[in-house]
Ligand binder design. Structure first.
Ligand code: IMP
Length: 421
């Protein structure tokens, strides 16, 4: 049985913690898209661990972790992450499985990402994600399996570098890259990852046949999806639930639950439309209480009120069967909480989430104001333990988006979770 965990907003909904919590009841956690642009933060026994590529189940000893074919792998980030986990006493050997079919981020992807960013202004993480997916779809990408054979790697690199060096030198005016140096670096990387590489599609299907429970872990969020997000201010993969099937090679019929993660307010890193963004002291307060700084780039995140138009759209596109509401504790200090329940342009009320970015940029949010609870959520473990006004907010989200909230996160620690029966 497969459960998909998907970010229902613009990423940073707290997937690391929720996957870590749910992983105690899973056999496998598998990442299906994105790369080291993601930063999944977990707090375990007082230690904060930030994972970029390795699935957030790794801290549970019984869990096997898969990096699926849909992920783009940065060798530098992967090595650092494995070393970091080992230094914390977390064994990765024999528990991490990497798809042969995953594409590899090359040095030119990062250079091109950073150079193009200056022209495009998307606010990318600069990790080479877009250019790596461009190469995948142009059918010139280098996959993990290509590292096995020096001749194949050299041939593919020569073809790629002929084009990339011309771009780097003539269009972006940076230095050219050397084939030999990259071949040497990546063959060395191949020796390093060799023990982890396997046919993950077969591994997952065998696990399904054996009745194992698989958590498919998305990175980023639905509103950053290259097809369904706020294009062009999106990432270059499909964080939406459908991406789990293509990014892991599992059929839609194997999926039983789709858990959407939504923060009790909204954040966005990078550029692009954000109807409920706050440019005032409340926005600052959310940023500082919620520690809203990028886990990968350290950039301050843009903060705003919860947007139920965007969340309702996300519930629809992903087929979300239940929501996990995160960071509810961050709202505890506020006397009044606003929630966006509609969009307007002038006197016209829009019917749903606009299909085009210029319209989304122009909308004015319609808010419902709810009284806050102004008390701590510490110690709450059931829905009834939550203050009345927090429960009202939860019920408003449920009735507006027509989906049940089954988990509420009230802090960074594993234990700070409310399970709804
Ligand atoms: P890219 O994925 O680096 O190409 O960046 C494209 C957009 O997605 C930028 O606005 C990034 O800030 C955003 N983005 C990428 N990864 C994450 C993430 O893990 N959390 C939140 N935003 C992200």
């Amino acid at each position: 049985m497969v459960t998909i965990i998907v970010g229902a907003q613009w990423g940073d909904e707290g997937k690391g913690k929720i996957v870590d919590v749910l992983a105690s009841q899973a056999d496998i956690v598998a990442r299906y898209q994105g790369g080291a642009n993601a930063g999944h933060t977990l707090v375990c026994e007082g230690k904060t661990v930030v994972l970029h590529l390795i699935p957030s189940g790794i801290l549970h000893e019984h869990v096997r972790c898969v990096i699926g074919n849909g992920v783009v792998i940065d060798p530098v980030a992967l090595r650092q992450e494995i070393a970091m986990l080992e230094s914390l006493g977390v064994s990765v050997r024999g528990r991490l499985f990497i798809s042969h079919k995953a594409h590899v981020i090359m040095p030119y992807h990062k250079l091109l990402d950073q150079a193009r960013e200056q022209q495009q202004g998307i606010g990318t993480t600069g990790r080479g994600i877009g250019p790596a997916y461009i190469d995948k779809y142009s059918r010139v990408g280098i996959r993990v399996v290509d590292l096995l054979d020096r001749a194949v790697l050299e041939e593919k690199l020569r073809i790629n570098l002929a084009e990339k060096n011309a771009l780097l030198e003539n269009i972006y005016h940076t230095d050219r890259l050397d084939v030999e140096a990259i071949v040497a670096e990546y063959l060395e990387f191949d020796r390093f990852i060799d023990e982890y590489v396997t046919d993950t599609t077969t591994l997952l299907h065998t696990a399904l046949r054996d009745g194992n429970r698989i958590l498919a872990e998305g990175a980023q969020g639905a509103l950053l999806d290259v097809d369904h997000g706020t294009y062009p201010f999106v990432t270059s993969s499909n964080p939406t639930s459908g991406g789990a099937c293509t990014g892991l090679g599992i059929p839609p019929t194997a999926v039983e639950r789709i858990i959407g993660l939504a923060k009790a307010y909204s954040t966005r890193v990078g550029n692009g439309p954000f109807p409920t963004e706050l440019h005032d002291a409340t926005g600052e307060l959310l940023r500082s209480i919620g520690s809203e700084y990028g886990a990968t780039t350290g950039r301050p995140r843009r903060c705003g009120w919860l947007d139920l138009v965007a969340l309702g759209y996300s519930v629809m596109v992903n087929g979300i069967t239940e929501l996990a509401l995160t960071k509810l504790d961050v709202l505890s200090a506020l006397p009044v909480i606003k929630v966006c329940i509609g969009y307007r342009i002038g006197s016209q009320r829009l019917k749903g989430f606009p299909v085009d970015t210029p319209t989304l940029m122009a909308v004015e949010p319609e808010y419902l104001e709810l009284p806050g609870w102004q008390s701590s959520l510490d110690g709450a473990s059931t829905f009834e333990d939550l203050p009345l006004n927090a429960r009202r907010l939860i019920e408003l989200i449920e009735s507006t988006c027509n989906v049940r909230i089954s988990l509420v996160s009230t802090g960074a620690q594993r234990e700070q979770i409310v399970r709804r029966t």
